[in-house]
Design a protein around this ligand. Structure first.
Ligand SMILES: CN1CCN(Cc2ccc(Cn3ccc4ccc(-c5n[nH]c(N)c5C#N)cc43)cc2)CC1
Length: 250
């Protein structure tokens, strides 16, 4: 997968050089290219924003630099034999970014991210590229950030861990929380490791019982309890047949 990010803060994307995404890049699973939007400005101040038409607070990102940047990146991808990218625009007014969308995006060969700042990007940019590309305007949560770069880090990590060969065998994403329509809709239960006793706190006996069926049942029950407490909405979403199937398998 090729992944391009256009931003006025390229240094914000440094975390894409480390950990899981950094390893995926080193292994050639991910080709990440970060671009400074100001490279596509032509005035002495490298201007990327201006006052909003109709008045109001803040500034709006000008369409011209974005148009030149996206055209240039698309041309470079096409020169390398890639067809068309999927454009992802983080925005507080976007549809929620979910595990289901991460799974969908992990199937794409080429993603381009357009994280804005200020009050956002002139709407005509989305209209222009929406006529040529699949465009996803997404929000990573119900809170307000100062720009889209943090969302790029979140989305990139969620997608990269789904790419073949990125997660080690031990860290399967097969039973991830939030995977649509499966028992994995439940939140993870508690986890424990050595030592068996720590500051007078021991671990649940069942986990050292050696009885795999009982361990699986205990984990499912704990996941169910935790989900009921923290995310009852996920219980609603989990169809009874799936719950029942899982029970029968235990
Ligand atoms: C007067 N009012 C009029 C409404 N605005 C709304 C507004 C407009 C821009 C910004 C800052 N910003 C700029 C680009 C950008 C991208 C993503 C996100 C973002 N925030 N939260 C998420 N989950 C995000 C994601 N993903 C924020 C961004 C914040 C709030 C406020 C002022």
């Amino acid at each position: 997968m090729r992944l391009d990010v256009v931003t006025i803060f390229p240094e914000y994307l440094e975390p894409l050089n480390v950990s899981l995404v950094g390893k995926a890049r080193a292994r050639g699973r991910l080709d990440v290219r970060v671009h400074d939007l100001r490279a596509w400005t032509h005035d002495r101040h490298n201007t990327v924003d201006d006052t909003p038409y109709g008045g109001g607070p803040g500034m709006v990102m000008k369409p011209e630099p974005w148009g030149e940047a996206l055209d240039s990146i698309m041309a470079s991808g096409e020169a390398e034999g890639l067809v068309k990218p999927t454009l992802i625009v983080p925005t507080p007014s976007g549809r929620p970014f979910t595990q289901a969308l991460a799974v969908e995006l992990a199937e794409r060969p080429w993603l381009v991210f357009a994280p804005a700042r200020y009050e956002g990007i002139d709407r005509r940019v989305i209209e222009e590229y929406g006529e040529r590309l699949e465009v996803h305007e997404v929000s990573i949560g119900d809170y307000v950030l100062a720009g889209g770069e943090a969302a790029v880090l979140v989305i990139t990590e969620a997608v990269a861990r789904l790419l073949p060969g990125v997660l080690g065998n031990a860290e399967s994403h097969r039973d991830d929380s939030f995977a649509p329509g499966t028992m994995a809709d439940l939140l993870e239960g508690p986890v424990y490791t050595k030592p068996p006793e720590w500051r007078g706190r021991s671990i649940p006996e069942v986990l050292i019982s050696g009885h795999h069926g009982r361990v699986a049942r205990w984990r499912r029950d704990e996941a169910f309890r935790r989900t009921s407490e923290n995310r009852p909405d996920l219980i609603e979403r989990c169809d009874p047949a799936t719950l029942d199937k899982h029970d029968r398998a235990l």
